[in-house]
Design a protein around this ligand. Structure first.
Ligand code: ADP
Length: 359
């Protein structure tokens, strides 16, 4: 009855009430008349009127009680279903979808009636919790997998080292693998911790002014041993750019991008790092001449644990968290990170950051 003025609403209800009363009295009148004629008695007018009125009220009350019970039982079913759904959600069962069984409204009303809004909200809540639970389980299975693989390898090589017949060269090789796998685990735990802290609202976010070009140069110099060892030609162009950002967090972004570039660029390849101001943004590009990323993988590389080329990434020792951390930090700064790549031609990451952090 939504959309109908209140006075019409009340008028309809009052009319229905009187119609029901009239019907009850009419029924009582014919019933008593039938009884009197059957017993062959003609009562006094006043007596007949009183009996008729009483019986009329009785029929009216009886009808109202039956109708009320029917309405209440529908209402009861609705609330029971609702309470049961909330109980199931609280027990961790998110496969809940309450049917709109109570006074199913038509299209326009559906949006407005608070009870239907309540049902929709509970259904939405269950669907969101279910999606979060699926993400959590996927996260746990990814972490277990990332921990399990190096552990199996460490265990295997440690067992092999027990063999006294191993020559020193083999022994050295096995120890190197164990050392690398331990470093992998340690990096994984570092990254997991970083993500957990970034995800929580507890992370301190301290934007302060600093020179972005100096930070980039420092990061590139810090990993010089790695790119030097691979004979990589490092080409840097950095304008002097003052920025207001969280220096520690941003350093993590550059480290992840430059490390990836070094990791994926083959011997004798080239890495270009570019920084310039563009309007009210600082734009950083890190490009390499590595193997590139397939089109199908590009939209997913910022997802946690996503590795585009599993075999290559495994030998390179990644866990698929570096880019998701970089994206998280860029988002925290209200910046963006994007990628362009062609298999066989290299990859270019672009980070755009506002020069100032608004309030
Ligand atoms: P990882 O620690 O595995 O490198 P990232 O999140 O940093 O994790 O990267 C995700 C995936 O994106 C990598 O596994 C790799 O397949 C791909 N990738 C990232 N950077 C590059 C790059 N410069 N060249 C080619 N592939 C890259």
């Amino acid at each position: 009855m939504k959309g109908v003025p209140l006075f019409v609403h009340i008028a309809i209800k009052v009319s229905l009430f009187f119609a029901a009363l009239l019907l009850s009295w009419t029924a009582a009148f014919y019933l008593t008349a039938a009884i009197y004629s059957r017993v062959g008695w003609e009562p006094h007018g006043l007596f007949a009127l009183i009996v008729n009125a009483m019986l009329g009220f009785l029929i009216f009350g009886f009808g109202a009680a039956i109708l009320g019970r029917f309405i209440r039982s529908k209402e009861h079913v609705f609330w029971t279903e609702l309470i049961e759904a909330i109980r199931r959600i609280s027990r961790g069962d998110f496969h809940v979808n309450i049917e709109q069984s109570f006074g199913e409204p038509n299209g326009r009303q559906r949006k407005k009636h608070p009870l239907h809004q309540l049902v929709d909200s509970i259904n939405d809540m269950a669907a969101n919790l279910k999606a979060m639970e699926e993400l959590r389980q996927e996260f746990i299975s990814n972490v277990s997998h990332e921990i399990g693989t190096p552990l199996t390898s460490i265990r295997g090589f440690a067992r092999a080292l027990k063999d006294d017949r191993l020559d020193p060269e083999q022994r050295q090789r096995y120890l190197t693998v164990i050392e690398e796998e331990c470093a992998r685990l340690s990096k994984l735990s570092d990254n997991l911790l970083k993500l957990a802290v970034l995800d929580s609202d507890r992370h301190p976010f301290h934007p302060a002014p600093y020179r972005l070009d100096k930070q980039l140069t420092a990061v590139i110099l810090a990993c010089e041993p790695q790119w030097e060892a691979k004979n990589i030609d490092m080409d840097v162009y950095a304008e002097a750019v003052d920025i207001v950002a969280d220096e520690m967090l941003m350093s993590q972004v550059w480290v992840n991008l430059v490390h990836n570039a070094v990791k994926f660029t083959p011997e004798g390849g080239k890495i270009s790092v570019f920084l310039a101001r563009k309007g009210d943004r600082a734009v950083v590009r890190v490009a390499d001449t590595g193997p590139g990323i397939a089109d199908a993988d590009l939209p997913r590389i910022f997802e946690r644990f996503y590795k585009a080329d599993k075999s290559r990434t495994r030998s390179a020792g990644g866990s698929g968290l570096g880019l998701s951390i970089a994206k998280k930090i860029a988002d925290m700064h209200r910046g963006s990170i994007s990628v362009r790549s062609r298999p066989g031609e290299g990859t270019e990451f672009t980070v755009a950051l506002p020069l100032r952090q608004g309030k």
